[in-house]
Ligand binder design. Structure first.
Ligand SMILES: CSCCC(=O)/C(O)=C/O
Ligand SMILES: [Fe+2]
Length: 175
């Protein structure tokens, strides 16, 4: 994993790095409620199951974001994932294979790009504005945990500005 300030002045495709060279640490991410660690090896699934139990996530699915698995829908799907949005639950993603980028807004509304790879575990808090894209390899496979049925519900900005989970999230990072 590497996290850095996203270069908004770079007009290239979202899948390019957009790297300002300004790095962010795991601690910086923690300050905005984003948790990152690695799990892997023979106990990876046990660790994931323990996390799901601990945080009361009853369901999960596995998504493979790639032109091979998504066909003609691929570019449209990427567009949807790249629209700035939030969820009313945490977004928990375990990268099984491949690479990609999660972008999160920090406390000053600056985009932080989080480059993920196999065995990375990422937890985005409910209410944080974020987006996702594949990188130029166009391939990532991830397990997504859900509280209830596996359903991806996103609320795009600015529709979520008055959302209760957004307000609670902002309060939690101000504290
Ligand atoms: C690699 S997981 C697909 C993207 C996703 O599930 C999400 O919620 C993006 O914000
Ligand atoms: Fe999301």
């Amino acid at each position: 994993m590497r996290a850095y300030v996203y270069d908004t002045s770079d007009p290239s495709d979202k899948r390019e790095a957009h790297d300002t060279g300004v790095n962010k640490t795991v601690e910086d991410l923690k300050r905005i409620g984003v948790l990152y660690w690695q799990i892997g090896g023979p106990t990876a699934m046990e660790d994931l199951n323990a996390l799901a139990k601990e945080r009361d996530y009853k369901n999960r699915d596995q998504i493979c974001v790639s032109p091979e698995t998504m066909g003609e829908a691929y570019e449209e799907k990427l567009k949807i994932f790249f629209a700035e949005h939030l969820h009313e639950d945490e977004e928990i993603r375990y990268v099984v294979d491949g690479t990609g980028y999660f972008d999160v807004r920090d406390q000053d509304d600056v985009w932080i790009r989080i480059q993920v790879e196999k065995d990375d575990m990422l937890v985005l808090p409910a209410g944080i504005y974020h987006r996702f894209t594949a990188d130029t390899n166009n391939y990532i496979k991830a397990i997504r945990l859900f509280k209830d049925e596996p359903k991806w519900v996103a609320i795009n900005r600015p529709d979520a500005d008055d959302n209760k989970h957004r307000s609670e999230y902002l309060q939690s990072i101000m504290a």
